[in-house]
Structure formats: structure tokens, C-alpha cells
Write a new protein. Structure first.
Length: 267
């Protein structure tokens, strides 16, 4: 994605951020989906500790050149959480404005609690600036609310494919589940979901390379399908009756010319 210009001339700012740590949600990927408040604080930070999945063009807004990559990306080397906590405390102890820039929302599967605990134990001032989490960005891209008065009044967000959904949670959205697709499907069907329940899978949500697929839970359970996706790109898995129409609107994850049940039986 090309860099975008941050124009703060007419943007309201009550006051400059005081020294401390700001846990900022960068949003699901696209640079222009960060909040105005998040972008403003980012522009005034003295040091930025940033995750691997953020759009690097955001860093061009920063007045400081002190920018530290701290992971985390599945399957790649990353800093330990304990070391990240220490870096945040050490930087804030120097009376600096410190930004911890996290993909999505910092409180949704972002290990924020460990950082909050470390900052509170050290007596460091901190603030949390929310961001758009991937599940909601994916829903916006599909133009499909994950909840519905008629079909689904509850929503599960999870990273645990083996023990995740409650029978009353009619829509389930899985983060970081690209390599556990069969386990997701089998778990939900064992908990009572119909094999014909629709599934939408979205890769690289909000980015230029975004791709969307659809299938049913039964089809998702038939084999290891993570090879359909690009290496190390994040995939969100969205399951529920609210996605029924998208079985016809999105590209099928299962190629129609293959009968995976026959192939599986033959093997």
C-alpha cells in the first residue's frame, strides 16, 4: 500500500501526550484504518515498539527515528513478551512518550494484559487507544454483520479451535486459525453445528492482497486446506448462518471439479 499523508492541521488535539506508554491499536492492516487519536499520538512519540503485521507506512508519520520492531508473526522469530515488557518500562522511565503499536485492537488477543501488569508494577503512566479488530474489519469488507436479531444474537471471538464455542454462540470468528481449519470444523460440528453451516475465510483483511473464500463446515473438515493461502499471511475464519448468502458470492474454497469425499475415501 502506498504511504498516506497525515494532516493534523485541522484535527483537534486537546493536549500533547504526557510521558508514559500508549498501547495503540493500528487496526487490521490498512494504514488509514488507524484511529485519529492513535495517529496523532504516533506522530508525537519519542519511541515506537511495533508489531510485525502493521502497515510500515504508518511509521513515516513519526517525528522520531527511534523505532523498534518487536514481532510477533506466526512462524517467525520474535521478541519474548518479558523482554518487550522490560523495553517499555525502561523507555518510559526516561520520561519519554512511548508507543506500543499493535495490530488490530490492543485488547483483543494482543497480549496487552502482560504489558499492563508490567507497567502498573513499575508505576508507569499508560493509556490504551483502541483500534479496529480484524473480525470487525472482515465483517465490514463482507458487508455482513456477524450478529442478527433473527439468526445470531451472540458472537464468539477466539484463537482456540479445539475448545472455543458455546452452543448459544451462533456466530464464531477465529483468529490465527489458518493451520487448524480441520480442527475448527470438527469441533463445531461435534458441538452441534450443522455440517452445512456456512464459512467465510478472509486473508490479509483490508490490504491490497485481500482474498475471500467460502465453504461449509463439512467441506472445511475434509482435508488440510491451509495451502490455499499465502505463506504467513493472517487468515480469519468466520462461521455462522449469517454468512449463508456468501456461499454464492465468494470464491469457493473447495474447487467444484473435485469431490474431496471421494478422494479421501480413495486414499
Amino acid at each position: 500500500m502506498n504511504s498516506i499523508q497525515l494532516n493534523t492541521v485541522n484535527a483537534p488535539i486537546v493536549s500533547a501526550p504526557i510521558p508514559g506508554v500508549y498501547l495503540i491499536g493500528a487496526g487490521p492492516g490498512a494504514a488509514d484504518l488507524i484511529t485519529v487519536r492513535g495517529a496523532q499520538i504516533l506522530a508525537m512519540a519519542d519511541i515506537i515498539f511495533y508489531d510485525a503485521l502493521i502497515d510500515k507506512s504508518m511509521l513515516a508519520w513519526c517525528k522520531s527515528t527511534n523505532m523498534v520492531p518487536v514481532g510477533k508473526r506466526c512462524g517467525a522469530h520474535s521478541s519474548s513478551q518479558r523482554f518487550i515488557n522490560k523495553q517499555l518500562v525502561d523507555a518510559a522511565s526516561k520520561n519519554l512518550v512511548v508507543v506500543r503499536l499493535k495490530g488490530g485492537d490492543p485488547l483483543i488477543f494482543g497480549r496487552a494484559q502482560e504489558e499492563i501488569d508490567a507497567l502498573e508494577q513499575a508505576g508507569i503512566h499508560y493509556e490504551i487507544v483502541p483500534g479496529i479488530t480484524t473480525a470487525l474489519a472482515a465483517s465490514a469488507q463482507l458487508k455482513q454483520p456477524p450478529t442478527s436479531r433473527e439468526l445470531s444474537r451472540t458472537l464468539t471471538l477466539t484463537t482456540l479451535p479445539g475448545r472455543c464455542s458455546h452452543p448459544d454462540h451462533k456466530t464464531s470468528i477465529y483468529y490465527m486459525a489458518r493451520d487448524q481449519l480441520t480442527e475448527v470444523a470438527n469441533t463445531l460440528m461435534a458441538q452441534g453445528y450443522s455440517p452445512e453451516t456456512p464459512v467465510c475465510l478472509m486473508e490479509s483483511v483490508s490490504l491490497a492482497g485481500e482474498r475471500s473464500f467460502s465453504c461449509t463446515l463439512d467441506e472445511l473438515s475434509l482435508g488440510d486446506l491451509h495451502h490455499h493461502f499465502l505463506d504467513r499471511q493472517p487468515v480469519v475464519v468466520m462461521v455462522g448462518e449469517v454468512y449463508r448468502k456468501h456461499l454464492q458470492l465468494l470464491n469457493p474454497l473447495i474447487a467444484p471439479q473435485f469431490d474431496f469425499k471421494v478422494l479421501q475415501a480413495a486414499s
